[in-house]
Design a protein around this ligand. Sequence first.
Ligand SMILES: CC(C)(COP(=O)(O)OP(=O)(O)OC[C@H]1O[C@@H](n2cnc3c(N)ncnc32)[C@H](O)[C@@H]1OP(=O)(O)O)[C@@H](O)C(=O)NCCC(=O)NCCS
Length: 289
Amino acid sequence: MNLFGTNRKMTTVRPIKATHIGDILHLIETAWRIYLRLSPAELRTRLTDLRGFFAEDRVGMRGFMIIEPYQPNTALIVAAGLRDTWSVQPYLDVLLPEIERAAIEIQATAIMHVGSFSWLIEGLRQRGFETQDWIVIYERVGETPPPEPEQTPAHIRTAHTRDLEALTQLDNRTFDYIWHMSTRHLREALANAVSFAVAVVDNAIVGYAWSDMYNQHAHLTRLAVHPDFQGQGIGRQLVHRALVDALAAGANLMTLNTPEHNQRSQALYQRFGFVTTGERLPVLKKELT
Ligand SMILES: CC(C)(COP(=O)(O)OP(=O)(O)OC[C@H]1O[C@@H](n2cnc3c(N)ncnc32)[C@H](O)[C@@H]1OP(=O)(O)O)[C@@H](O)C(=O)NCCC(=O)NCCS
């Protein structure tokens, strides 16, 4: 436990345990500066596997930060947040050193963060995080039906719960670790998605696309085609299906995020009328010494 002096109003920092989940979820529901790469439900079930710290004062929890070990030597910030009445500078001053120590304890030589919020990005940059890559945002406005894709050997169908194991394997095979989804996360996605389609060749799942919907705004959260089946038009079939489903559900806007260096995915999205919004999210990394 660490105590910080009067200017920090006797803030105490402690490791997060399973019993703290109620206070964390309360903060998530009530504070505006919250960053989550996991859903609250997943956070609840996985809290004991993750490493995190929270700061508290006499009133209660002021803020928290949680990392996940990934790849042999890296930790990823998966959750962060602070009470509305606290400031980001002291929040990071008290929690980030603890997080860095915890990362070193799990043999990590670097910490990464996929930045979505300026309040966190700026503070991390001031504390040694550097941009490794950029994520660009695309959007497609309106209700124009997508162009028909050419037929391929793949059959596109709606995903089922029984596909989850195959989907997890495909996801791990297709994406770098930083973007991997757990079976649990995919299960939640399947339950909530406006569209979740798989591409099947010879009874094997070789691709999938899932989209979420917020009012009339659809977001293509995930698109993947197995490396052995790329370049055959299956990505086009999946994007077509995602758009058809979103339009049928009443969407008049579809967005998506993709790495700036991924020329292939961007060419595919542009073909379907997606254009860049000009926004970019940094992938931040800090080497730990
Ligand atoms: C991006 C991805 C989904 C595309 O799927 P795919 O089945 O290979 O795509 P398609 O065969 O339908 O081709 C779509 C476009 O990709 C590009 N492309 C396909 N194969 C390519 C290749 N071998 N080399 C370069 N570009 C290629 C082309 O621009 C093509 O557009 P076209 O219609 O002008 O030919 C797939 O490459 C993938 O899963 N990549 C890894 C995960 C990923 O990047 N996901 C999306 C980012 S979030």
